[in-house]
Write a protein that binds this ligand. Sequence first.
Ligand code: AKB
Length: 337
Amino acid sequence: MYGHPPTLRYHQAFFRDYRDLKRILVTGALGQIGSEIVPALRERYGVDNVVASDIRMPPESAAGNGPFEFVDCTNFARIREAVQRHDIDTIFHLAALLSAIAEDKPQIAWDVNMGGLYRILEVARQSNCAIFFPSSIGAFGPTTPSVDTPQDTSQRPTTMYGVTKVAGELLCDYYHKRFGVDARGVRFPGIISHVAPPGGGTTDYAVAIFYQAIRYQHYRCFLAAETRLDMMYMPDAVRAAIEVMEADPARLLHRNAFNVTAMSFTPEELAAEIRSHIPDFKIEYEVDPVRQEIADSWPDSIDDSAARQEWDWKPDYDLTALTRDMLEKLRLRLEGG
Ligand code: AKB
């Protein structure tokens, strides 16, 4: 299960656009999105048809959960070996450094984000695999229209993360046009989940706030109160990734780098929503200038109508539903009831 209500629309979407994705490799499988997309893909395609991979070994407790490969995405031979050994036809390439950490270590970010994607695309070209590549709202910059950011617009990001995302989008388009590699993807907003924590992102405050609200009824936020950014709950993010890969190619005008969003809010608005469940919750602000500058260079809200038109994208969770579900699930985990 994806962990969201099994609506009729959800089942119809899957069975209508079903593509025969049989043998899947997920890179960065122990990361924030990987931790939830692997079980969702295994539920859908069968445990043995989804190979998780990462540069860390999975915890002992996960050992019996399904096939796992140690794959460093900057190592071409290791990727090719894993793809050949498991007869892979589709790669969800999630291994990457997030925005704040990429700004701290720009050289490593280039090697991992671009070097990794380039090698994945080369293996895909040689082994005839389809690719999912997650781009981001970080692919936009200060010259991008910040409200209702169009699908096709100015992309001049000022961060290394953004540079690797724009270059990644272009490289995917190039491999499709030049070599016919079925490279698809979306531009994710900040993703909120109660399972694996994100690491080194600018939107991470929107996850940490829930843990601190439950534990201490208090959160010190590293972004300013009025910083507005697009966000999405993980069940919608997982579904977006799978649905774009299953979409009917005849309907895809863009194929790659689709804007997708579910909501857009500020820290102050999220705190107010949390306060409707935890009345004593308090937020204060201690702005981190690096992450604030990154956030200020990103859109306030993006327009995802191309995804809605071309593959019927529609999120299930708004701010109210997300907050209710996050608090319920996290309370169960942190307080055991
Ligand atoms: C980050 O903050 O770096 C990511 C993203 C929006 O791509 N969550």
